[in-house]
Design a binder for this molecule. Structure first.
Ligand code: RNT
Ligand code: ZN
Length: 418
């Protein structure tokens, strides 16, 4: 006897098939698409170093208890979050999560041995970032564009080493490790000499990327540059703006990262992917949700999330666009945050794969924009939840309220008792 979930799945499948959607193929593709979970939401981007009371360039607000304090706690929490997601998982690391007490600019893969071994055992991929922030070597919020040569050199070395770490991780896991570069460098108020800072950024990047990965190495790692519009304390000027990085990336055969919160309100990533994809090898997404600004709210099922996944699906860019999450809200349970964001992202991916894209393309090619608009809106109500629940049930993953009840129980039984 079929369960209710299976019955509903079979019905839904028929509905999709009547629109020309190959549901089995969509389910197969779904299993192949990785999503990288940002480890840093688990402890409000604190990391494991003993640096004392050092200024942080990342703003995280809220006073919810139970941030993870050690690598073991953070990994346990990540596993808990993953237990609610049917996706293929990667974990996005920052260099501040090294578990040997090495200097930030003197790291190698062995400083991340526990992470790598854990990922191997669990079948996760890993991505990497150098933490160019929250550190005594930051010069008034600046790293590779500081006017002090010793500061620039310190961070350049960290950047060079990070590329070796990413490559080593990618090789060891046999899974491409994206190495993201985000520098908070900028100014609270208008600089007089913008050109100087941009020139310093170019010179520093030229040193970091002096070594060119060969074709074989590019299977295991990709460098991606994350631009930004402004930050708290860099309201007037961010050295690494989008224009800068797109130009730099194209010229130097590097990739870019697009964070949903890093653009002017009204600018959408879903419109940028097809504009940038023809010119760069790799695009990484930092899927986030900015309310009015780069507020990094937890990702939920909003229109932009679905639109982004549809863009990737329609252009068949799953190989070129790597999906990573980036949000943090320490006013709610951090594991719930991750689970909500992962599930929303998974659903948006699934919805895109189940979209009757051929029908839309056909209407458009025939110049029938009336039909195209009708279809665009009509498909929003297809029974995706019946397919979703079937995926969860076959994988033994909690559904509905079981998710939040399970997380609450974990909070009481595990997090509160640490
Ligand atoms: C900051 C960027 C960056 C960070 C992480 C911690 O505005 O979004 O990606 O969130 O590297
Ligand atoms: Zn980001």
């Amino acid at each position: 006897m079929d369960s209710l979930v299976t019955k509903r799945f079979k019905e839904a499948k028929k509905i999709y098939e009547s629109l020309g959607v190959d549901v089995n193929k969509a389910l197969r593709t779904f299993k192949t698409i990785p999503v990288s979970l940002h480890c840093w939401a688990g402890d409000d981007i604190k990391g494991f170093e003993d640096l004392g009371d050092v200024h942080s360039e990342n703003v995280v607000t809220g006073a919810y208890p139970y941030p993870a304090k050690t690598g073991d706690e953070l990994r346990q929490d990540i596993e808990k979050a993953f237990s609610y997601s049917p996706l293929r998982h990667k974990v996005n690391l920052h260099s501040m999560y090294a578990e040997r007490k090495s200097a930030r600019n003197d790291l190698n893969i062995e400083d991340f041995r526990k992470w790598v071994d854990w990922a191997k055992v669990k079948g996760y991929g890993l991505d990497f970032n150098t933490s160019f922030f929250t550190h005594p070597m930051m010069d008034n919020g600046n790293s590779v564009t500081s006017l002090k040569k010793e500061v620039r050199d310190y961070w350049i070395k960290a950047g060079i080493d990070s590329r070796k770490i990413s490559l080593a991780i990618g090789k060891e896991l046999n899974w491409k490790c994206y190495n993201n570069f985000w520098f908070p460098d900028g100014m609270k108020d208008m600089p007089a000499n913008k050109m100087l800072f941009r020139t310093l950024l170019k010179e520093s990047l030229d040193k970091i990327f002096e070594y060119k990965f060969n074709k074989e190495e590019r299977k295991y790692t990709a460098d991606v540059l994350e631009g930004k519009l402004f930050g708290i304390s860099t309201e007037a000027f961010v050295v690494g703006s989008h224009d800068f990085y797109i130009a730099y990336a194209v010229k130097n055969n590097i990739g870019v990262t697009m964070d949903l919160g890093h653009y002017n309100v009204g600018e959408v990533i879903s419109d940028k992917i097809s504009a940038v994809a023809p010119f760069v090898n790799d695009i990484m997404l930092h899927v986030s949700r900015g309310l009015h600004w780069d507020s990094d709210h937890v990702v939920i099922q909003d229109d932009q999330l679905f639109e982004i996944m549809r863009e990737i699906k329609r252009a068949d860019l799953w190989q070129k666009v790597a999906i990573g999450l980036d949000f943090f809200d320490s006013s709610i349970n951090r594991i719930a945050e991750w689970a909500i964001g992962l599930r929303a992202t998974a659903k948006a991916i699934l919805a895109s794969l189940l979209e009757p894209t051929e029908l839309l393309y056909k209407a458009e090619q025939e110049g029938d924009y009336t039909r195209r608009l009708y279809l665009l809106d009509e498909v929003k109500n297809l029974p995706i939840n019946d397919i979703w629940n079937y995926i969860l049930e076959t994988k033994g993953i909690a559904k509905g309220l079981e998710v939040i009840d399970g997380i609450k129980e974990y909070e009481e039984e595990v997090q509160a008792k640490r």
